[in-house]
Write a protein that binds this ligand. Structure first.
Ligand code: SER
Length: 582
């Protein structure tokens, strides 16, 4: 292919009236339920649920995705922690017919895939939803013979998690092998590789298992970029496709070893450094740490270091920088943040490397010492390896596995917990609530967020809880649990209450408390488990009390006039308010 798949895909869908939307950050902006975006549709959920998208009803993009449940599988020929997903969407615009036509045209006319190498699955039907005859007939009409259309139930219904937008889908497979293409398609036959998934999102699944219709019939398609490129280039190993080839070549040069025979470690180094680059470059500003996204980042970098060491690479050289630069060069014309945060990425990698290098050698010696009699690793030892030598538990597990030994994970967790209790005070400063160092206006909005939260509890009910918030110098956005659209009266009342509190010039005070005591005292908090054992609690007069890292204004008189500019659905059971201070 002269032009790369990403450009071909976007050009094609733009020519079909789609607007290209930018890839969302890898760390979801307002969805605390997941650490990373795992699918192209994830940032679009509110729009699939009925919210109007500012770009219209036909969208396409390439989306950065990270799946962390796969970390331990990296090293085989196709798993990756980071990947790009190509997608096109119809928000109440076209449906099955046109979606299938466009996919078929793209595959056969743009990518020039012979129809003989394609096969599809369609939804077979169950108690709730009937057989997808429309898709079946559509594929037939396009020239896919009935023997190449398999009907399945499990694999042809798509939902991102337990609840939310969902629907039946039709999956498109490509015959990758040099063998003769069998006339009958068997989805279990691994020579057929799924390359594209068209989901017809017309339902919403609720917590009780029931299914209702969405306000509109949508299409959500997803094509895994790396897999499809590998398939089209006829390689059986993703890491030998044009996506990875030059990175692997660079690792061969740095290590002075051939890829053949060293595949596992080279794939791990390539994959983990690439994912670390994208996490470090993300606007969320993630740094290696021992919690959440920061911990994933730490694990990736440390595992990459260990495998680089296995490849005989001099860890103190600038190997990681060379690889990261190669990766950034490849992607920066698509992702501006790689240009903007070039040095942030390199520094982030280097600092973590230096930190880990200080203890890696000693830690490995310690590991060999404690396992010299082939004894399994108890919790205390695993914790010691973590605490003293910075070995993430997963690394200890991997080292143990190489020797055929077990690790007492439960014992480790227990030790970890005890340690957390001890280091309460030390951990305090970690939770700054993402606003530390923010400007004066953002600080005002931050305080206004607390007032809005408290006012909504009075107007809507005590069951209202914060689900997310996002502040810029221009406005605040606040997501909260609520089962209905706010009436004009409710909005007005909320505004009034907040403005009255502002007029009263209530004092904002802060105190340090034990987490348990803070909760007992009725302080509001969003994610209890995310806070350390000693927390800071901000009170505003006696109207609001929240666990929070600050910063806040000194008294509410500083805020000016509060105004709600928008109230809309965010997701199932969650409403979103946009408000300004004027
Ligand atoms: N949501 C579907 C998937 O992830 C299609 O985009 O496969």
């Amino acid at each position: 292919m002269n032009k790369n798949l990403k450009d071909l895909f976007i050009d094609f869908f733009v020519s079909k009236g789609h607007k290209q939307i930018p890839s969302a950050p890898v760390v979801p902006e307002n969805d605390p339920s997941v650490l990373f975006n795992t699918a192209g549709m994830q940032p679009l959920i509110p729009y699939l649920m009925g919210q109007k998208h500012p770009y219209g009803t036909r969208l396409c993009d390439y989306q950065k995705c990270i799946r962390t449940n796969d970390i331990d599988n990296i090293g085989d020929s196709y798993h990756q922690t980071f990947f790009e997903m190509l997608g096109n969407w119809s928000l109440g615009d076209y449906f099955k017919d046109e979606s299938i036509s466009m996919s078929f045209e793209f595959l056969t006319k743009v990518l020039n895939i012979p129809v003989e190498r394609l096969a599809v699955t369609v939804f077979a039907g169950n108690d709730l939803i009937p057989f997808d005859e429309t898709s079946y007939n559509k594929w037939l009409s396009l020239g896919i013979p009935s023997e190449r259309i398999a009907r399945t139930v499990e694999d042809n219904f798509w939902i991102a998690g337990e609840t939310g937008p969902c629907g039946s889908d039709t999956e498109i497979f490509y015959f990758r092998s040099n063998d003769e293409v069998p006339s009958k398609f068997d989805p279990e036959d691994e020579r057929w590789v799924e390359i594209w998934n068209n989901v017809f999102m017309e339902f919403e699944k609720h917590a009780d298992g029931s299914i209702t219709e969405l306000p509109a019939k949508n299409v959500d398609t997803g094509m895994g970029l790396e897999r499809t490129v590998a398939v089209l280039e006829g390689v059986n190993d993703n890491y030998l496709s044009s996506v990875w080839k030059d990175v692997i070549k660079l690792i061969e040069e740095i290590s002075n070893l051939p890829y053949e025979g060293n595949e596992k470690s080279m794939r791990i180094v390539a994959d983990h450094i690439r994912t670390a680059v994208f996490i470090l470059a993300d606007p969320a500003g993630i740094k290696p740490s021992n919690t959440d996204q920061g911990y994933v980042l730490r694990r990736l970098i440390r595992r990459a270091i260990r495998h680089a060491k296995k490849l005989g690479i001099d860890i103190n050289s600038d190997w990681e920088e060379k690889i990261a630069i190669k990766i950034m060069d490849k992607y920066e014309s698509y992702y501006q943040e790689l240009k903007d945060n070039h040095s942030v990425v390199l520094e982030g990698l280097k600092n973590e490397k230096i930190k880990f290098n200080r203890t890696l050698e000693k830690g490995l010696r310690e590991f060999d010492k404690v396992t010299k009699d082939n004894t399994d690793i108890d919790g205390v030892t695993a914790f010691h390896l973590f605490d003293t030598f910075g070995f993430p538990i997963e690394l200890t597990e991997e080292l143990a596995q190489d020797k055929g030994l077990k690790v007492d994970i439960e014992g480790y967790k227990q030790k970890f917990k005890e340690h957390q209790e001890l280091s309460r005070t030390a951990s305090q400063g970690k939770f700054k609530g993402g606003l530390a160092g923010s400007g004066e206006t953002e600080t005002k909005y931050h305080t206004a967020t607390h007032l809005l939260n408290a006012a909504l509890k009075l107007v809507v009910g005590p069951e209202v809880h914060q689900k997310g918030s996002n502040i810029t110098a221009e406005r605040m956005r606040f997501d909260f649990s609520c089962d209905h659209k706010l009436s004009d009266e409710e909005k007005q009342k909320t505004e009034e209450i907040v403005n009255n509190w502002i007029k009263e010039d209530l004092k904002v005070t802060v105190e340090e408390m034990n987490k348990a005591d803070a909760i007992k005292s009725g302080a509001e908090c969003m994610f209890i488990e995310k806070y350390p054992d000693v927390v800071t609690v901000y009170s505003i007069g006696d109207v609001s009390k929240e666990l929070c890292g600050g910063p806040h204004v000194k008294s509410t008189g500083e805020l000016g006039h509060f105004k709600i500019v928008k109230e809309e659905a965010s997701s199932q059971g969650v409403r979103r308010i946009k408000a300004i201070l004027e």
